[in-house]
Each structure stands twice: as structure tokens, then as C-alpha cells.
Design a protein around this ligand. Structure first.
Ligand SMILES: Cc1cc2nc3c(=O)[nH]c(=O)nc-3n(C[C@H](O)[C@H](O)[C@H](O)COP(=O)(O)OP(=O)(O)OC[C@H]3O[C@@H](n4cnc5c(N)ncnc54)[C@H](O)[C@@H]3O)c2cc1C
Ligand code: FES
Length: 368
């Protein structure tokens, strides 16, 4: 008999799994305030179905706002052990169209389309017992799903959970983490705040996350598997701390909600690849109908990259064919798309493509 993965739990039998290829609409069941600028949205499928995913995965939602279709990814903050609903926990980003719309307009009973859970930032399948979760701001969501799962399954894993927030009023899931820590001693939350809140003086660790705090809070961190998620500067600083300590970086896992840093890495790879190829490349013309721009794209470059180099900013997140943010209608021409699950077959059949992982094989006309 196959043993269930202790970090995800047994898959229930005799139930219907939510299949977005059959019905990709989710209904909002509840909206919960977490902090002054963070809300949790609870979703259920339209028909009696259960969700199957691993902690750390995200959903890509489709929003129709102002006549435009916009995609955004949100990590599932609920655990797989509660499969009747999924929750996402969203921080209001000043000036951000979707996070503000969700906070101000989205209500229980309203519906959204979304894709299957994706992403591999997860501890599922790992045999390790000792973990360090390190999160900043809304980057807490993937680790919260893992911690909730550990709590539900009464895992004996040793989880040191360090969360950095601006003030005590900004600590997301504070009560729940403290409750879990009291009831299950293998979950050990520690909060670090940069400052006091208006109505609360912070008595705990203060300032930014640094090496001294890491060594004080978690002296045995080198024995642990590390999961990190948070704003780009936080992630950059955390990574440097672990590298400087001689940490075995094969045990260091990170997820970013802002893929710009990964995009830069991808750009470097493209630059190198472009430089070493000496044979002449075929150059294709790409017309973007909404902006009225025509850009040139060598055969070995993605459409997204060619647009970016021509100064045209198109929506994108992961640049890996995962999240669906760059999905666009291709009105004419052919391309070679190597995606990683961010688009459904029926969307491809309907003429859509992910521009971040598509290279032209002819001139193209794209609705952007
Ligand atoms: C894999 C993945 C998982 C994600 N999971 C979550 C999640 O669990 N909770 C969540 O709140 N957001 C999450 N995000 C970010 C989310 O997709 C949106 O980018 C965010 O809600 C802002 O959307 P917007 O349209 O309001 O603003 P955008 O136009 O998307 O962003 C405006 C600016 O804010 C920055 N930004 C985006 N998200 C944040 C953030 N959370 N904190 C600070 N600055 C940000 C962007 O880089 C950009 O510069 C995730 C993103 C990815 C790629
Ligand atoms: S940017 Fe994520 S799929 Fe293209």
C-alpha cells in the first residue's frame, strides 16, 4: 500500500476533485480582515468538489476590469488538509489595480475564474524534519499553508517560523500562529518588527532581519531546510545572510511575489545566449495591435523579451510560462511556445499564447 505523504496527508477517496478544465469558476464564500491592509478571501467551487494541491502552490486568477482581462497569482494560504475551500490572503498594494479591487469591491457571492494550483515551492515529499520558515509581509502565505498543514496532521516536524513585519499591527496571522505554537510545540513562531504600532509598543525582536537575530532565534539553522518568501529587498538580504554563513544553499528555497529579480536573471541568460550565437538569425516582425507598435524579434528570443527591449511594457510575472500573467491573443502568425502549465489546451486552441515562453516562427500580430 502507498503511504500518504505526511506533509500533505492522505488524498480522500470517493470525492470529486475540482477540475478547472471542466469548471474554472470559484465562488467567494467569505472575506476576512487579517490586518488593516490584508484580507483573506475564502473560495469554494460552484459544484460539490474538493481541492487537491500541495502547500506553497498558487492559483492564477482572471479579472475583468475596465474591459481588460488581467491575471494575478495568489498563493493558497489554507492547508491541503481542509480541501472543501481554498483561501488567499491579499495585501493591499498602493496603486495596484487588483489588490485594491479585491479589497474594495470583491464580496461573498461574487465569482472569479482561476487555473489549477501551480508552483513547486513546497516541502511536499521532503523527508527532513527540521525547517526554518522565514517570511516578510504577505510572503507569509505559503509557509502559513505548510504550518496549518503540520498543525492539522499533528506532525512532529520542528518548525522555526520567523516572520518580519513593519509593526505589530502588520503581523499577519499573529493570533493563529501563537495559538498553533501553544498547542503544538513543534511550531515555534517568532516575530520581528521594525517599529512600534500606534497603539502597541513592540517588546520583541526589533529592526530588520539580520544574522545576529537569525543566530539568536534559531542557533541550529544550519541543520534546517529553509523556506523564504517576502518582498524583493528582504529576500535579497536573507539570501546573502545564508550565503555568507556558508549555509548549504541546496537546502535553501525561495519564492518571490515579484518576479522582476528572476526576470533579470532570465535576461542575463538571454544576453549570454544571444552573444555566443554567431550564425545569422532570422528576424521576425511583431505587430502589437492595441499599442500600434511593431517590434523586431530574432528567432531565438521570446516575444515578451523583444517587446521589453523595444521599450514596450507588457504584463508579466514569472517569465517561465507558469503564472499566466502574459497570456495574450495571437491574431496572426505562428510561434513555438514552451510553457510550464500556465495556459490551458482550450485557450491554446482559441489562439491564446504566453508571450514570456514563446518564440516566433513567423511574423506575428498580437492583441496587446
Ligand atoms: C507566485 C505568486 C504568488 C503570489 N502570492 C501572493 C499572496 O499570497 N498575497 C499577496 O498579497 N500577493 C501575492 N502575489 C502578488 C500578487 O500577484 C499581485 O502582484 C499583488 O496583489 C498586487 O497586484 P496589483 O494588481 O494590485 O498591483 P501590481 O500592478 O501587480 O503591482 C504593483 C507593484 O507592487 C508590487 N507588489 C506586488 N505584490 C506585492 C506585495 N504583496 N507586497 C508589496 N509589493 C507588491 C509589484 O512588484 C509592483 O511593483 C503573488 C505573486 C506571485 C507571482
Ligand atoms: S509571465 Fe508568467 S506565464 Fe508568462
Amino acid at each position: 500500500m502507498d503511504m500518504p505523504d505526511p506533509k500533505t496527508g492522505p488524498v480522500p477517496t470517493g470525492y470529486f476533485r475540482w477540475e478547472p478544465e471542466e469548471d474554472d469558476v470559484l465562488i467567494c464564500r467569505a472575506v476576512r480582515d487579517e490586518t488593516h491592509d490584508v484580507k483573506t478571501f475564502v473560495f469554494a467551487p460552484r459544484f460539490k468538489r474538493q481541492f487537491e494541491f500541495v502547500s506553497g502552490q498558487f492559483l492564477t486568477f482572471e479579472f475583468e476590469i475596465g474591459g481588460e482581462t488581467i491575471h494575478r497569482c495568489y498563493t493558497i494560504s489554507s492547508p491541503p488538509s481542509r480541501p472543501d475551500t481554498v483561501t488567499i490572503t491579499v495585501k493591499r498594494v498602493p496603486g495596484g489595480p487588483i489588490s485594491n479591487w479585491l479589497h474594495d469591491e470583491f464580496r461573498p457571492g461574487m465569482m472569479l475564474r482561476c487555473t489549477i494550483p501551480m508552483g513547486d515551492f513546497s516541502w511536499a515529499g521532503m523527508q527532513d524534519q527540521k525547517f526554518l520558515f522565514l517570511s516578510g509581509g504577505s510572503g507569509i502565505t505559503p509557509m502559513m499553508s505548510m504550518a496549518r498543514s503540520a498543525f492539522d496532521h499533528a506532525l512532529v516536524s520542528d518548525i522555526e517560523f520567523i516572520h518580519a513585519a513593519r509593526t505589530p499591527a502588520d503581523i499577519i496571522f499573529r493570533d493563529e500562529l501563537e495559538f498553533m505554537g501553544k498547542r503544538n510545540h513543534s511550531i515555534k513562531p517568532t516575530f520581528i518588527c521594525e517599529d512600534d504600532a500606534v497603539f502597541e509598543r513592540w517588546p520583541g525582536f526589533r529592526g530588520r532581519f539580520d544574522r545576529a537575530k537569525l543566530e539568536m532565534i534559531c542557533p541550529d539553522f544550519k541543520e534546517r531546510v529553509v523556506f523564504t518568501c517576502g518582498p524583493a529587498p528582504f529576500m535579497k538580504a536573507a539570501r546573502r545572510i545564508f550565503e555568507d554563513c556558508g549555509f548549504d544553499m541546496s537546502r535553501y528555497h525561495q519564492e518571490s511575489f515579484n518576479f522582476d529579480s528572476f526576470t533579470e536573471e532570465a535576461q542575463d541568460e538571454i544576453n549570454v545566449a544571444t552573444e555566443i550565437i554567431e550564425t545569422p538569425l532570422t528576424i521576425f516582425q511583431i505587430e502589437f495591435t492595441k499599442s500600434g507598435r511593431v517590434v523586431e524579434c530574432p528567432e531565438n528570443m521570446t516575444v515578451l523579451e523583444a517587446a521589453r527591449r523595444a521599450g514596450l511594457r507588457l504584463p508579466s510575472s514569472c517569465s517561465k510560462g507558469l503564472c499566466g500573467t502574459c497570456k495574450s491573443n495571437v491574431k496572426a502568425g505562428t510561434l513555438d511556445m514552451q510553457h510550464s502549465g500556465g495556459i490551458r489546451q482550450r485557450e491554446i486552441d482559441a489562439g491564446k499564447a504566453l508571450l514570456c515562453c514563446s518564440k516566433p516562427t513567423s511574423d506575428l500580430v498580437i492583441e496587446r
